[in-house]
Design a protein around this ligand. Structure first.
Ligand SMILES: Cc1cc2nc3c(=O)[nH]c(=O)nc-3n(C[C@H](O)[C@H](O)[C@H](O)COP(=O)(O)OP(=O)(O)OC[C@H]3O[C@@H](n4cnc5c(N)ncnc54)[C@H](O)[C@@H]3O)c2cc1C
Length: 617
C-alpha cells in the first residue's frame, strides 16, 4: 500500500488559541511515527486492510508458552490459596505476606530480563498473567500493573541507560514497588499543562523538582517513581523557547522533600495505594533523567502505548469469571417455570458476553504477540482499540453479569455468605472495573488518539495544501502530490470486493470479505467528512468517534476470526463452537457498524452541542 511520506507542519495551528496550539504542538511533537509498512489498525481507515498481518494469527512459540505456563501455574496456586480478594476489598489493605509472596515468585519483574533479576517473560505471558489476575483481584492487578506496565520498569526497558537499568531494575524485580506520576490537580488528560517543575542547578548538576502529583497509584508504598516535570525556561538550551518542555525523572521516595500528603480512596479498588505526592525542592542526580531533557512526554506516551494493553487483558479475566458465574446461575435459577438462561432475554446476554470476551482476548493476544515479534512494532492504534473497546465491553459484561444474577448480583459477597448463599463478588468486580474506561487514557481520549492516527495519512497529504502558515510554493507542491495520490486511491475504494483475503478459514470467507468492504466504506466516508468539514472535522469529536468505533469493530471481527482459526488448526478448540461464536459475533458487530454508518449520515450532534453549550453558559 502506498503510504504518504512524512511532511512537517501538517496541521494549521494559526487560528488556534495559544493554549490549544501548545497542547496540540506538544502532542504532535511526542507522536511516534508509524513505520513504512503501516499497521492493521491504520490500514482499516485507508480501506486496504492488511489482512496478512492477522491471517495467519501470530502465534506464541511452544517454548515461550511453556515458560509462561510454569509461572502462571505458580501464580494461580498462590491466588487460589493465599489471597482473599474480598478481605482485601473490605479492609482496603493488601496483607504484607501477599506482597512478599508475589515478590518471591517474581511477579514484580515478569517482563524484566533475567540479567536484571526478572523472570524475562514475553509481553504475551505478561498479558496472560494480567488475564489471570483479573479473574481474582482488581487490587492486585492494579498494584502489579501500575508497577510494571507504567511504573519504573517499562520506561527503563525502552529508554533507560545501562547504568539506570543496572541500578533500578533488580530492585523492581525483587519487589520494590514503583509508580508513574503524570497527573496533577490541574492536569488530567492534557499533559501539556504540567505544572510540576524541574530546574537544573548548574552548580551541583542536580535537578530540583517542585510540585504536586495527584492519584499516583502505588505512590503510597513506592520506593522509586517516574515523575513528569516541566523544565524551567531556557532548558533544553537548544529548543524552541515557546514550546513547553517536559522531562521524565526517576525519583527515590526517600529523597528529602518528597512527601505523600494524602491517600486517595475510591468507589472500587479499595486497596489501591494511591496518593498525592508533593515535591518541595527535591534534589535528584542528573543521571536520574530518563532519555533527554524535553523528551518526557515521548517517554510517557510510549510507555502508555504498551502499558495500556494490561487493562483489556485484565478485563478478559474479569469477563471470563463473570461468564462462569452467569452461566452457572442462569442454568440453576428457575423462574417462570424454566432456568432464567432459557428465557430469551437472558440467553442473548450470555451469548453476547461469551462472544465479546473472546473478541477482547483476541485483540489483546494479537497486540501482545506483535510486541513479542518486534519490540518496535507500531501498535498504537491496535493497543488503543483494545483499551477502548476492551474496557467498554468489559464494563458491559460485568454489568450484564450483575443483571443476570439479579438481586444477588447487587449484594456484597460478605452479605451473601452471611446468610448462607454462595459468595459471588460480582458487586466488587463491577466497582473495581468502572475505572478502566477512565485511567491510562480515557475512552474519549482513546477516540481522539485513534482518530488522529486515522487521519494522519490525509493530514500529511492534504494538510499542507490547506495550511496557511506554509509558503505558497510548498503548498502548490503538496497539491500536486495529493492529486496524484487521491486520483489513484479514491476510485479503488468503490471497487466491489470479490475475493476473501488469503488464509481465511472457509467458514469465515464471507465475513472477511464483508470486513474488507466495510473498511472501504469507512475510508470513503471518512474522506467525504474531511472534504465536507475541512479543519473543522477535528472539533466533531462524536462524528470522528463513530469512525473510530467502526474501525474497532472491524479489528475485533478480524482478530476474532484469526484467533479462532489458529485455535482450530492447533486442535485447541472445537470447530463448531468457535465458528458459531465468532460468526455470531461478526453478525452483531456488522449490525453495529451499519448503525454507526447510519448515524454518520444522520444524527443530532449539532442540536446536542447547542444544548450543552447553553447549559454551560
Ligand atoms: C484510581 C485512579 C488511579 C490513577 N492512577 C494514576 C497513576 O498511577 N498515575 C497518573 O499519572 N495518573 C493516574 N490517574 C489519573 C488518571 O489517569 C486520570 O484520571 C485520567 O487521565 C483522566 O484525567 P482527569 O481525571 O483529570 O479527567 P479530565 O482530563 O479532567 O477529563 C474529564 C472528562 O473529560 C474528558 N475529556 C478530557 N479532555 C477531553 C477532550 N479533549 N475531548 C473530549 N473529552 C475530553 C475525559 O475523558 C473525562 O471524561 C489515576 C486516576 C484514578 C481515578
Amino acid at each position: 500500500m502506498e503510504t504518504p511520506t512524512k511532511t512537517p507542519n501538517v496541521i494549521d495551528t494559526s487560528k488556534m488559541s495559544p493554549e490549544e496550539r501548545a497542547a496540540l504542538e506538544l502532542a504532535e511533537a511526542s507522536r511516534v511515527e508509524a513505520g513504512p509498512a503501516g499497521s492493521f489498525g491504520s490500514s482499516l481507515f485507508l480501506g486496504k486492510p492488511l489482512f496478512e498481518s492477522v491471517f495467519p494469527f501470530p502465534a506464541q512459540t511452544v517454548e515461550d508458552e511453556d515458560q509462561g505456563d510454569a509461572f502462571l501455574s505458580r501464580l494461580e496456586a498462590f491466588l487460589e490459596e493465599q489471597v482473599d480478594a474480598d478481605e482485601i476489598d473490605r479492609t482496603g489493605e493488601i496483607p504484607e505476606e501477599v506482597i512478599e509472596g508475589l515478590a518471591k515468585m517474581g511477579a514484580f519483574g515478569i517482563k524484566i530480563p533475567r540479567e536484571y533479576g526478572g523472570l524475562g517473560l514475553s509481553q504475551t505471558n505478561y498479558s496472560r498473567a494480567a488475564m489471570l489476575l483479573g479473574k481474582y483481584c482488581g487490587n492486585l492487578t492494579a498494584l502489579l500493573s501500575a508497577h510494571q506496565s507504567i511504573g519504573v520498569p517499562q520506561p527503563l526497558l525502552v529508554f533507560g541507560t545501562e547504568a539506570q537499568k543496572q541500578k533500578f531494575l533488580p530492585r523492581c524485580a525483587a519487589g520494590e514497588i514503583s509508580a508513574f506520576a503524570l497527573t496533577e490537580p490541574n492536569v488530567g488528560s492534557d499533559p501539556a499543562k504540567i505544572e510540576t517543575t524541574a530546574e537544573l542547578d548548574t552548580a551541583t548538576g542536580e535537578y530540583v523538582i517542585n510540585g504536586e502529583k495527584l492519584w499516583c497509584t502505588n505512590g503510597v508504598k513506592a520506593g522509586v517513581i517516574v515523575v513528569m516535570a516541566r523544565m524551567a525556561e531556557g532548558r533544553p538550551a537548544d529548543s524552541d523557547p515557546k514550546r513547553p518542555k517536559i522531562s521524565a525523572f526517576l525519583v527515590e521516595m526517600d529523597t528529602p522533600g518528597v512527601e505523600v500528603t494524602h491517600r486517595s480512596r475510591f468507589m472500587g479498588l479499595k486497596a489501591l495505594y494511591n496518593g498525592v505526592v508533593k515535591f518541595t525542592d527535591v534534589r535528584i542526580p542528573a543521571e536520574n533523567l530518563i532519555l533527554e531533557e524535553g523528551r518526557g512526554l515521548k517517554v510517557a506516551l510510549t510507555t502508555l502505548n504498551t502499558g495500556r494493553i494490561t487493562l483489556p487483558a485484565a478485563c478478559v479475566g474479569m469477563a471470563k469469571r463473570c461468564l462462569e458465574w452467569s452461566t452457572k446461575w442462569a442454568g440453576r435459577r428457575v423462574q417462570w417455570g424454566a432456568p432464567v438462561g432459557r428465557h430469551d432475554a437472558i440467553a442473548q446476554k450470555l451469548a453476547r458476553m461469551k462472544a465479546e470476551t473472546f473478541a477482547i482476548e483476541a485483540m489483546v493476544r494479537y497486540v501482545s504477540l506483535l510486541v513479542d515479534r518486534d519490540k518496535k512494532s507500531d501498535i498504537r492504534i491496535e493497543a488503543a482499540f483494545a483499551k477502548m473497546w476492551g474496557t467498554e465491553r468489559g464494563w458491559d459484561i460485568v454489568n450484564e453479569a450483575m443483571q443476570i444474577r439479579g438481586g444477588r448480583g447487587y449484594e456484597t459477597a460478605e452479605s451473601l455468605a452471611g446468610r448462607g448463599d454462595e459468595a459471588v463478588p460480582v458487586e466488587r468486580f463491577l466497582r473495581d472495573s468502572r475505572i478502566n474506561t477512565i485511567f491510562e487514557g480515557s475512552s474519549e481520549i482513546m477516540r481522539l488518539l485513534i482518530a488522529r492516527e486515522a487521519l494522519d495519512p490525509h493530514l500529511k497529504m492534504g494538510g499542507p495544501v490547506l495550511n496557511s502558515t506554509l509558503p505558497m510554493k510548498d503548498r502548490a507542491k503538496a497539491a500536486l502530490r495529493s492529486a496524484w495520490f487521491y486520483g489513484r486511491w479514491y476510485p479503488g475504494l468503490w471497487m466491489p470486493v470479490i475475493t476473501a483475503p488469503r488464509g481465511t478459514l472457509p467458514e469465515f470467507r464471507g465475513d472477511a470479505r464483508r470486513v474488507k468492504a466495510m473498511s472501504r466504506k469507512l475510508a470513503r466516508k471518512l474522506f467525504h467528512s474531511m472534504l465536507r468539514y475541512g479543519p473543522k472535522l477535528e472539533k466533531k469529536q462524536v462524528l470522528l468517534g463513530r469512525y473510530v468505533e467502526v474501525g474497532a469493530e472491524l479489528f475485533a471481527m478480524t482478530a476474532s476470526m484469526g484467533m479462532a482459526h489458529q485455535l482450530i488448526e492447533s486442535g485447541r478448540g472445537d470447530r463448531d463452537d468457535l465458528t458459531g461464536t465468532v460468526g455470531y459475533f461478526n453478525r452483531i458487530s456488522r449490525g453495529k457498524v451499519n448503525d454507526l454508518f447510519r448515524a454518520i449520515a444522520s444524527n443530532a450532534d449539532v442540536e446536542g452541542y447547542r444544548i450543552a453549550k447553553r447549559m454551560l453558559e
